[in-house]
Design a protein around this ligand. Structure first.
Ligand code: MGD
Ligand code: MGD
Ligand code: MO
Length: 706
C-alpha cells in the first residue's frame, strides 16, 4: 500500500494552524477542520480541503468555538453532595474520583456479579471499542449504546434479507430511491455527492411524508403517511413483478422464498396501497417502473427513520427486498456489501475492531439486557439493549442492574424519558462522563469531565480512503480528559487481567489496525490524514463465491430466523400500533399522526440547543402543522399550542407549513423545555427490534388560550 504525505502544519503570523476533526455530529461526517490556535486557545475553526468536506463546514461546525468554550463545560471531576438531580456537587481530584468508581463498581461485581454493572455510550461513538472491551473484560455482557434506537434495526432488517447491511454506490447509480433520508440536514457532505450524481443524470425517487430540501431535486416524491413504508414497498414489488421487471435469473439462483413473497405482494396492488399510504396508485406505478427499468438502481435509506416505527423491521425488510428483486444487489451502481472498517465507516481498510471489542465470548457471560425480550436483535447486534435497560432496572429480572458507567447519557433519547430518569434513579451508583453539565448528568453520583475532539487524539476513518490519527489542537480545558484516557485508567482496576488494555490506548489502537499494516506512529506523520491508495477494490457479486451470510446461504424473502421466534417470516405489513386505522377509538381523541425527530441543520439531538448562536434559528420549541389542521383548530402562525398524547402535553409554538401533510404533526426531539419523548410510552416499540415508534403515533393539538 502507498500513502501520500499530508502537508506539514502551517504557521501564520497570527495563529498556529492545527489540523483536526469536528465531532459535533455523526461519525459518517466528522469534517476535517483547521483549528487556528493562538496562545493555547482556538481562535478560529475552518473547514479543510480534503475529499470529505472539501473546505466546507456546516453551521454546527462553524459554531465549534461556542461548543468547545461553552460555559456549561465541566472542568473538574465532581462528587454529588445533594439530592440526585439537584445539581449540588463538590470538586474532587481525579485520583479520588477514579478510586471511588473502582471501589464501587468492583463492590457491585463482588455482591451481585459483573453483569449488574451497565457500561453505556450515548451518541458519542469514538470511545465505544474501548468501553465495550472494558465491559467484557470486567465480565459484564452489558455494554449498551444509542444504537439501540438508531441504525441497528435497519442493519438487522438488511441482515435478515442479505446477511449484511448494504451501501448504495451513488456515483455509479442511474436511479436512487431515497427512502426517508434528508442528507441536506443530516449529513451535508453526502448531499454534495448526491447533487453531483444528479447533475450527471441520476434519477431520484424520494419517499417520506415531509417536503425536504431533496424534494425539489427528486423526479418523484412518494409522500406517504408515516409508518406505512412496508405497504408502499410491497406495492412497488407488486408492480415490478406484474410488469415482469424483476430479475428472474438472480431470483432463481440466489434467493429463497420468492413464491411466498409473490403471494404476499399480490395482496398489495397499488390501489390498496393508495388507501393505506395516501400515495396515488398511478405514482406508485410510475415509481416502480422508474426504479426497476433504470439500471443500475440503488436504495439510500435513512439511518433510523424507517425503523422508528412499531412495524419498522418488517417495513425495512420490504424496502430492501426491492434491491434483490430487481437484481441490483452487489453490482456496480447498486447496493453493495461494504467491508468492515472502523467505527461505522467502511473504506476498504480492514481492522480487527470486532475481535478487539468482544474480549469475552457471549457464552462466558450471563444473558445481555434485552436478550430475552428481543432475541432476534441480540442475535445480530453485539450489544445489550438500551431500550430494555429501564425495564430491567425496575423488574430486577432476570438479575438486578445496580450501577452504570455512562459516557454521554441523555435521558431524552428514550421514549418515556421520565421513566428512564425514574429508573436510573433506582441505581445504587451512577457515573456520568460528559463535556457539559446536563440535566441528565445531574443524577450521577460521580461526574467526570470529558474533553472535545479538539483536545484529544483519536483514530478516524473516512469513506474517501483517508484515515487520520488526530493531534490535540489545544490542551484539555480545565482538568477535563479524553474518554479513552478515562477508560484505560479505569481498566487498571476494573480489568487488571486484560493484558492488552493494560498496555494502554495506543497499543489497543495498533492491535486493531494490524491487518491494515499501519500503526499510530505511521499515522502521526500525516497530521491532515493519510490518503491510502491501492486498496484492493472489493469485487462485485461476492455472493457468487461466498454465498450470502444467511441460514440458507441465499437472499431470504422468507426468514426462518424470524419465524423461529414467533414473528412473520415474510415482510408482512402491519399498521403502526397507534394509527387512525389500528386504533380508531383512540384516534377520535388523538386524531393527528405524530412524527418526531426529523433533523434540522443547526441542532443535533441535545447537543447544540445550548449554543445561543444556533438556538436563535428556533428560539422556542416548534411543532409543524399543516394550515388545514391549524385552521380547524383556530391556530395561527406562531401561536402557543399544547401538543398532547395520553401521557401528557407539552407547550410549543405552532409552525404552519405545507412541508407537513394534512393530518400530521412534526415535532423536533431532545429539547429540555418541550421534551416530546415524555409523550411517548416507553413500551411503544417494535417487538422485533425493540425500537421506539418515534415516527408514527397519535396526538392532538390545541391552542393555548391566554
Ligand atoms: N443536523 C443533524 N444531523 C444529524 C442528526 C441531528 O440530530 N442533527 N442526527 C444524526 C442521526 S443520529 C441520525 S440517525 C441521522 C438521521 O438522519 P436521516 O436518516 O436523514 O433522518 P431524518 O432527518 O430524521 O428523516 C429523514 C426523512 O425521513 C422521513 N420520514 C419521517 N417519518 C417517516 C416515515 O414514517 N416513513 C418514511 N418513509 N419516511 C419518514 C421524513 O420525510 C424526513 O425528512 O441524522 C444524523 N445527522
Ligand atoms: N423522539 C425522538 N427521539 C429520538 C430520535 C428521534 O428521531 N425522535 N432519534 C434517536 C436517535 S436516531 C439517536 S442517535 C438518539 C441520540 O442520542 P443521544 O445520546 O441523546 O445524543 P446526544 O444528545 O447528541 O448526546 C448525548 C450526550 O453525549 C455528550 N457528548 C458529546 N460528545 C461527547 C464525547 O466526546 N464524550 C462524552 N463522554 N460525551 C459526549 C453530549 O454532551 C450529550 O450530553 O436519540 C434518539 N431519540
Ligand atoms: Mo441516530
Amino acid at each position: 500500500m502507498e500513502a501520500h504525505k499530508g502537508k506539514k502544519e502551517m504557521q501564520t503570523d497570527a495563529a498556529y494552524i492545527s489540523p483536526t476533526i469536528c465531532s459535533i455530529c455523526n461519525p459518517v461526517s466528522h469534517c476535517g477542520v483547521d483549528a487556528y490556535v493562538k496562545d493555547g486557545e482556538i481562535v478560529r475553526i475552518k473547514g479543510t480541503k480534503h475529499a470529505h468536506n472539501n473546505g466546507s463546514l456546516c453551521i454546527k461546525g462553524a459554531a465549534g468555538l461556542d461548543y468547545v468554550y461553552h460555559a456549561d463545560r465541566i472542568k473538574t471531576p465532581l462528587v454529588r453532595t445533594g439530592d440526585r438531580g439537584d445539581g449540588s456537587f463538590k470538586s474532587v481530584s481525579w485520583k479520588e474520583a477514579l478510586d471511588l468508581i473502582s471501589m464501587r463498581l468492583n463492590a457491585v461485581k463482588a455482591e451481585t456479579g459483573p453483569e449488574s454493572v451497565a457500561f453505556y455510550a450515548g451518541y458519542p461513538k469514538w470511545m465505544r471499542p474501548f468501553l465495550k472491551r472494558l465491559a467484557h473484560s470486567f465480565g459484564s455482557p452489558n455494554y449498551l449504546s444509542e444504537s439501540s434506537c438508531c441504525s441497528s434495526a435497519a442493519k438487522l432488517a438488511s441482515s435478515l434479507n442479505y446477511g449484511s447491511g448494504t451501501i448504495p454506490e451513488i456515483g455509479k447509480s442511474k436511479c436512487l430511491l431515497v427512502w426517508s433520508r434528508n442528507p441536506f440536514h443530516s449529513n451535508p457532505p453526502r448531499s454534495k455527492g448526491l447533487l453531483a450524481a444528479r447533475k450527471k443524470g441520476m434519477k431520484i425517487i424520494e419517499v417520506g411524508p415531509l417536503v425536504t430540501p431533496l424534494t425539489s431535486h427528486a423526479d418523484i416524491h412518494l409522500r406517504i403517511r408515516p409508518g406505512t413504508s412496508g405497504a408502499l414497498a410491497l406495492a412497488l414489488g407488486h408492480v415490478i413483478i406484474k410488469e415482469n421487471l424483476h430479475d428472474l435469473d438472480f431470483i432463481e439462483k440466489w434467493t429463497t422464498g420468492f413464491n411466498a413473497y409473490n403471494n404476499l405482494v399480490q395482496k398489495f396492488p397499488p390501489e390498496t396501497a393508495e388507501k393505506i399510504t395516501g400515495v396515488s396508485a398511478s405514482l406508485i406505478i410510475e415509481a416502480a417502473r422508474l426504479f426497476a427499468k433504470t439500471k443500475p438502481s440503488a436504495i439510500l435509506s435513512g439511518a433510523s427513520p424507517t425503523v422508528h416505527h412499531t412495524n419498522g423491521v418488517q417495513n425495512h425488510r420490504a424496502i430492501t427486498a426491492l434491491i434483490g428483486l430487481t437484481g441490483n444487489f452487489d453490482i456496480p451502481g447498486g447496493n453493495h456489501v461494504g467491508l468492515p472498517g472502523y467505527l461505522y465507516v467502511s473504506n476498504g481498510i480492514t481492522t480487527r475492531e470486532a475481535n478487539y471489542t468482544q474480549s469475552r465470548d457471549w457464552s462466558q457471560m450471563p444473558p445481555r439486557i434485552g436478550e430475552k425480550e428481543h432475541p432476534v436483535w441480540t442475535h445480530f447486534i453485539p450489544e445489550a439493549h438500551s431500550m430494555v435497560l429501564p425495564f430491567q432496572i425496575q423488574s430486577q429480572s432476570p438479575y438486578p442492574v445496580k450501577a452504570m458507567l455512562a459516557f454521554g447519557l441523555n435521558h431524552r433519547m428514550w421514549p418515556g424519558s421520565d421513566f428512564l430518569l425514574k429508573s436510573i434513579n433506582k441505581l445504587d451508583f451512577i457515573v456520568g462522563i460528559d463535556l457539559f453539565m446536563t440535566d441528565t448528568i445531574k443524577f450521577a453520583d460521580v461526574i467526570l469531565p470529558a474533553c472535545s475532539s479538539f483536545e484529544r487524539s483519536e483514530l478516524k476513518f473516512y469513506p474517501e480512503k483517508r484515515i487520520i490519527w488526530t493531534r490535540p489542537a489545544i490542551k484539555p480545558l480545565g482538568q477535563s480528559r479524553s474518554d479513552a484516557d478515562i477508560i484505560f485508567d479505569l481498566a487498571k482496576t476494573l480489568a487488571p487481567d486484560d493484558e492488552l488494555m493494560q498496555q494502554g490506548y495506543k497499543a489497543s489502537v495498533n492491535w486493531m489496525l494490524k491487518p491494515s499494516g499501519f500503526t499510530v506512529d505511521d499515522l502521526k506523520n500525516y497530521p491532515k490524514g493519510m490518503v491510502v491508495e491501492n486498496i484492493p477494490i472489493p469485487s462485485y457479486r461476492k455472493y457468487e463465491k461466498n454465498g450470502f451470510n444467511t441460514l440458507s446461504g441465499k437472499m431470504e424473502f422468507v426468514s426462518t430466523v424470524l419465524s423461529d421466534q414467533g414473528f412473520d417470516s415474510l415482510p408482512t405489513y402491519k399498521e403502526p400500533l397507534l394509527s387512525p386505522i389500528s386504533t380508531p377509538g383512540y384516534a377520535e381523541i388523538f386524531p393527528l399522526i405524530l412524527t418526531t425527530g426529523a433533523r434540522l441543520p443547526y441542532f443535533i439531538h441535545s447537543r447544540t440547543y445550548r449554543i445561543s448562536r444556533l438556538r436563535k434559528f428556533q428560539p422556542d420549541p416548534l411543532a409543524e402543522i399543516n394550515p388545514v389542521d391549524a385552521k380547524k383548530r383556530g391556530i395561527l402562525q406562531n401561536d402557543w399550542i399544547i401538543l398532547s398524547t395520553d401521557r401528557g402535553g407539552i407547550r410549543v409554538r405552532a409552525a404552519l407549513t405545507r412541508t407537513v401533510p394534512p393530518g400530521v404533526i412534526n415535532m423536533y426531539h431532545g429539547r429540555a423545555e418541550a421534551d416530546v419523548n415524555i409523550l411517548i410510552d416507553p413500551d411503544y416499540r417494535d417487538p422485533i427490534s425493540g425500537f421506539p415508534g418515534f415516527k408514527s403515533l397519535l396526538c392532538q393539538v390545541k391552542k393555548v388560550i391566554a
